[in-house]
Design a protein around this ligand. Structure first.
Ligand code: GLU
Length: 304
């Protein structure tokens, strides 16, 4: 059966189930999103593209952006980045402070907030104009000049970002943030505020299904080995405290964000983006997970 047909069928099935879960209200702007939005888009390395529902609507990708900042830092510094952070699932909340004390300010992985702040610190050190240079990097991944930050979302998050401020300063106290914490936090909030549609997201992430190379101009963003490692990290750490469950039920590397988006990668096949804003108790899109579980079950394709 073709991907299009499976997507249509699964979308219709999941559209009709109850819209359970809650919007991520801890960032005020995210509570203003229409909770009934639901979109899906696939981009394949055979250059097939297909979307259903609200797949053209832009939404706040939040933590999904942490994969992109990691890719750029990895491209610049190579394996040296792993002296500043780990590659293990944390088993604690994404914004937790507790492990950092015992781990001397070395975050467990790049996808929890503390890890993403260390990556942000690396980019603030390495890039001449971090905000602009990072945007150019992601625009170049799918040749899309329409990608941008949302000042509305970053300002909203900043206005209540006390815990992130605490995290960044705490890591600084261990010496694992080298720049001014305010500068690092501004970059981090910008990064989380990126707004993309499912279509744009799946096009953007296709290089991770293509051994680290962009499909439209065959540019090597990462080496094959680095690409495998990013996918491995998404597999083990991409879904907060539900990464095991995602591997168990879906069987693909992926990353979620509290805006209700999920990107899933099938190496050598496709990048698939889903968006439905209501989150389950673990902070992952309720319908997004249901969709991906049914999609990989029906297509009988996963990495396992
Ligand atoms: N900007 C969000 C925060 O720092 C990201 C959360 C997420 O999507 O996991 O709280």
């Amino acid at each position: 059966m073709s991907f299009n047909k499976i997507i249509e069928e699964v979308y219709e099935k999941v559209r009709l189930i109850g819209n359970d879960g809650q919007l991520a209200s801890y960032i005020p702007e995210l509570a203003n999103v229409d909770s009934h939005k639901f979109g899906v888009h696939i981009s394949t390395i055979d250059r097939m593209a297909f979307g259903v529902g609200n797949y053209r609507d832009k939404f706040s990708i939040q933590s999904i952006a942490k994969v992109l900042s990691l890719c750029l830092a990895y491209q610049i510094l190579g394996e040296r980045i792993w002296s500043r952070l780990g590659v293990e699932p944390s088993g604690t909340a994404f914004n937790s402070l507790v492990q950092l004390e015992a781990d001397n300010g070395i975050p467990r992985n790049p996808f929890i907030n503390s890890g993403a702040m260390v990556i942000s610190d690396i980019l603030v050190s390495e890039l001449d104009n971090p905000r602009e240079d990072f945007l150019s990097f992601i625009r170049g991944l799918s040749n899309n000049l329409g990608l941008d930050y949302s000042e509305r979302i970053s300002a909203s998050e900043k206005s209540v970002g006390f815990r992130n401020v605490a995290l960044c300063n705490f890591i600084k106290s261990f010496g694992n943030i080298q720049n001014d914490p305010n500068e690092v936090l501004d970059f981090y909030f910008d990064l989380c505020s990126l707004e993309l549609s499912c279509k744009e997201l799946s096009e953007l992430f296709l290089f991770l299904a293509n051994n680290g190379q962009t499909l439209f101009d065959n540019k090597a963003i990462l080496t094959k080995s680095q690409c495998k490692r990013i996918n491995a990290l998404m597999q083990t750490c991409g879904f907060y405290d539900e990464s095991g469950e995602f591997a168990f039920k879906v069987g693909l590397p992926g990353k979620s964000g509290v805006g209700g988006g999920i990107i899933a990668i099938h190496p050598n096949q496709y990048a698939l983006a889903v968006w439905s804003p209501k989150l389950n108790k673990k902070g992952n899109s309720y319908k997004g997970l249901k969709f991906l579980e049914a999609f990989t079950t029906k297509s009988e394709l996963s990495i396992f």
